[in-house]
Design a protein around this ligand. Sequence first.
Ligand code: MG
Length: 379
Amino acid sequence: MFSVSEREQVLLAPYAFHSEKSKGRRYPETVHPYRGPFQRDRDRIIHCAAFRRLSEKMQVFTAEFGNYHRTRLTHTMEVVGVARTLGRALMLNEDLIEAAALLHDIGHPPFGHTGETVLDGLLLNDGGFDHNGQALRIVEKLEHRYADFPGLNLSRELLDGQAFKQSKNRTPLLEIQVVDVADSIAYDTHDVDDAMEIGLLSTDQLAQTTLWKHSVKRTKERWTNLDESEFRQAVVHDLIDTQINDLLQATRNRIQTSGIRSADEVLQITPLVAPSSEIAQQKSEVEAFLLEKVYRHPKIMVHRGRISHWIEILFDYYIKHPDELPSRYSGVLKHEGAKRAIADYIADLTDRTARFEAYRMLEKNESATIRPIENIFRS
Ligand code: MG
């Protein structure tokens, strides 16, 4: 049987991160006889409660918009898929990539970036709230699954990778760079698909950005008899293929030109995993379009107002009654204060539980009311 390091010697490029070079874990553990460190990390992430909750956390759309669209969990699985494809093609450490991709959105509070913005505002003078930082709190402190240590005791490379997502102040390993671009490829593509299915974007609008226009043209050249739904799916497939092919070619060229020979050298130079400048420019055009036409669509904005109010209701309630927080937050409450403990508690909730709890708080507190949506936008 091949050991993990023998297997990696055969399959990985010299600039990939080899598992035997891992800086290890905060609480030292014995080496597993046949699972590499990042395989163990992957399993720890999948088995933690915060990961399971992603199935009921929104990406862009909530259940009010139907049941076609991505959730935070299915988005994560798409990122894993894209990232592993890129990683294998570039001969990188797929185990590290998979674990980092599974981890990347684990700190998201309920209601996606809206929930994050509201919590950040509520903790403005108390350190703020950021989903990347929250992921680190979850895996280092908040999860309780093992008798020997708090958190999941993940490998240092995964914690460093997640810290990079928060600060972006230095070059990370190629494996972490791959997860970052895979995230962007996944959401730029699946948000188009979801928005069209929901009816926020039309087929005609697809021709309004260069990236989409090219995919539409290629799809029309290849098929002439597709109905609207089949056509949309074919365009989406072309979009994802185009971005992956471009990224692989551009990244291979940069790796070759750089002459890097080790993962250590990767850390000393500017990031190498990125699309070509042409596709990068087209992607930012798509992102600006999505921001204006989808993420700020009036239907989404109304919903955002409602969501913000639910989070504020929960926060207000627990500021007045911190002793009613579940007992697992008592350590944070004692050492880091009520606001951080409440943020940890709210961030843990799924969309459905957050909404349910907000209504329960309202029933308990007759002086508070659900504000009309118009007022939410004015305040
Ligand atoms: Mg993501």
